[in-house]
Ligand binder design. Structure first.
Ligand code: C2O
Length: 549
């Protein structure tokens, strides 16, 4: 492979959205940020220069980072943040992956505006396992706040309540043509295509807190890839995409259309309690060589119908349709036996309100979220650094529980006590351990879907279901033949998902809910994967420019 060099200058930039001008953090003044394009096997070297006032770190979401854990990016896990005026070079090779991934800031809520696509082309002279597309179009969903997102989350953490919800969803950074108060709102031609051709659309959900339904009117989509892994192709009119997930779909444009413009739309799937941004974002698919120039020419076009906000059975059926190709060229290497089993509850809870404060969480407490009742707190230095240099002293502990200390009826009547414990705890895994994790949603403060993301690995989703996981009845039904392989799975609301992976990548790897509000409330934990015996099974020392805390 070759080496691809990028320079990311994190800087403030003014943009106009929803009829207001706002100063946001961007990479190179672009929103959404620049694309990274590489081939499988290429080395990617990104020099990130922080010219903004905030601390920053960048995560290459879904890139496996084989033996390059220092480049993974989550602040206080693999690195200290890049401070204002400093820089850090992320250096990694893309091994065994091809498709769509993305990058985003991994500190506080900066990923609201610091994100962009990663496009991984197949190795030169190899083809896709589907018809060669005429063109490729990324579509990246986001969430827009008129307020400063740092202020939104900081206020929520101080008052213990839920953060203010966003003001709009965006498609490729734009809130859609219904906002005709600025140049950014009127022309929103997201995809231009010729008639009678096949297009590869790379869908990325970069929204902070919402799963999204997506549909293009009058067109059926063929799903061919999820999280940079090919899947058995299947047709659907509607796609559900969770934050963190990427989905590649094929779109066939009509050979003799009577219309040249069509609307696409996205809106949330939401199962939690409380408020959320219940808006729809619309964008235009326009066939080439025919033009519309003003927002008025789209009036009369049909906004595609999307499922109801809480369409959990649609989501479960859709999620179940994803299968690995499991072909000779792209086998599914599912661990058939398991060395270590874990049972993790994922859900909401509460922390006591600090003295002299008034808290807006449940019963006057602060909202929290946890895995096995442990709400993750940021250490003062990066876990990977302290682990690598044997300085774990007080930074983290390795006693993360492999199952809830007190089992309860997870999805039935919840226990009265909603309290969580705080801590910076990790699980230590010897190199090459095969791992099974059952992720169980809880109804402690209401059942809710949780997009769980694992750093440093893909995992196989061997099972999912509603209610409490049954350790006797459910495992015999696990799919070990062609389960989907991905890095982010929506744990069903009021249900569970079982994943398997082989711990063959030494380092410190975070697993967390990709709803940013749950992340901030502590729904995260860390795996420490030890070095193997062979030289090519050991994490090399950090680069010299690794930021210091
Ligand atoms: Cu896309 Cu830890 O995140």
């Amino acid at each position: 492979g070759r080496t691809r060099h990028y320079k990311f200058n994190v800087q403030l930039h003014n943009v106009a959205r929803l009829c207001k001008t706002k100063t946001i953090l961007t990479v190179n003044g672009k929103f959404p940020g620049p694309r990274i394009v590489a081939r499988e096997g290429d080395r990617v070297v990104v020099k990130v220069v922080n010219s903004a006032p905030n601390n920053v770190s960048i995560h290459w979401h879904g890139v496996r980072q084989l033996l390059s854990g220092w480049a993974d990016g989550p602040a206080y896990v693999t690195q200290c943040p890049i401070q204002s005026g400093q820089s850090y070079v992320y250096n990694f090779t893309i091994i065994g992956q091809r498709g769509t991934l993305w990058w985003h800031a991994h500190i506080s809520w900066l990923r609201a505006t610091i994100y962009g696509p990663i496009i991984i082309l197949p190795i030169q002279n190899t083809s896709y396992p589907f018809p060669k597309p005429h063109k490729e179009v990324p579509i990246i969903f986001g969430e827009w706040w008129n307020a400063d997102t740092e202020a939104v989350i900081n206020q929520a953490l101080q008052t213990g309540g839920g953060p203010n919800v966003s003001d709009a969803y965006t498609i490729n950074g734009l809130p859609g043509p219904s906002y005709n108060c600025s140049a950014n709102g009127t022309k929103n031609l997201q995809a231009e295509s010729e008639t009678g051709k096949t297009y590869l659309i790379r869908l990325i959900n970069a929204a902070l807190n919402d799963d999204l339904f997506f549909r293009i009117s009058n067109h059926t989509l063929t799903v061919v890839e999820a999280d940079a892994v090919y899947v058995k192709p299947f047709e659907t009119d509607i796609v559900l995409i969770a934050p963190g997930q990427t989905t590649n779909v094929l779109l066939k444009t009509k050979p003799n259309p009577t219309n040249s413009t069509f609307l696409m739309a996205a809106r949330p799937y939401f199962t939690g309690q409380g408020t959320f941004d219940n808006s729809t974002v619309v964008a235009i698919l326009e066939y080439e060589k025919r033009h519309i120039s003003t927002s008025s020419s789209i009036t009369g076009l049909h906004i595609p119908t999307l499922p109801p906000i809480n369409a959990t059975s649609f989501v479960a059926n859709f999620s179940n349709r994803f299968r690995s190709l499991a072909s000779a060229r792209f086998p599914a290497n599912v661990p058939e036996t398991v060395d270590k089993k874990f049972f993790f509850t994922v859900g909401l809870g509460s922390n006591p309100c600090p003295k002299n404060a008034t808290c807006q969480g449940p019963n006057g407490t602060k909202f929290a979220a946890s895995v096995n009742n442990i709400s993750f707190t940021n250490p003062t230095t990066a876990i990977l650094q302290s682990y690598f240099f044997n300085q774990s002293n007080g930074v983290y502990t390795t006693d993360f529980p492999s199952a809830p200390l007190v089992p309860f009826n997870y999805t039935g009547t919840p226990p009265n006590n909603t309290r969580v414990a705080n801590g910076t705890k990790a699980v230590v895994l010897p190199f090459n351990t095969t791992v099974e994790v059952v992720l169980q949603d809880t109804s402690i403060l209401g059942a809710e879907s949780h997009p769980l993301h694992l750093h440093g690995y893909n995992f196989f989703v061997v099972g999912q279901g509603f209610g409490n996981f049954d350790p006797k009845k459910d495992p015999p039904n696990f799919n070990l033949a062609d389960p989907v392989e991905r890095n982010t799975i929506g744990v069903p609301s009021g249900g569970w998902a079982a994943i398997r992976f082989r711990a063959d990548n030494p380092g410190v790897w975070m697993m967390h809910c990709h709803f940013e509000v749950h992340f901030s409330w502590g729904l995260r934990m860390a795996w420490i994967v030890l070095d193997g015996k062979m030289p090519n099974q050991k994490l090399p020392p950090p680069p010299l420019d690794l930021p210091k805390c």
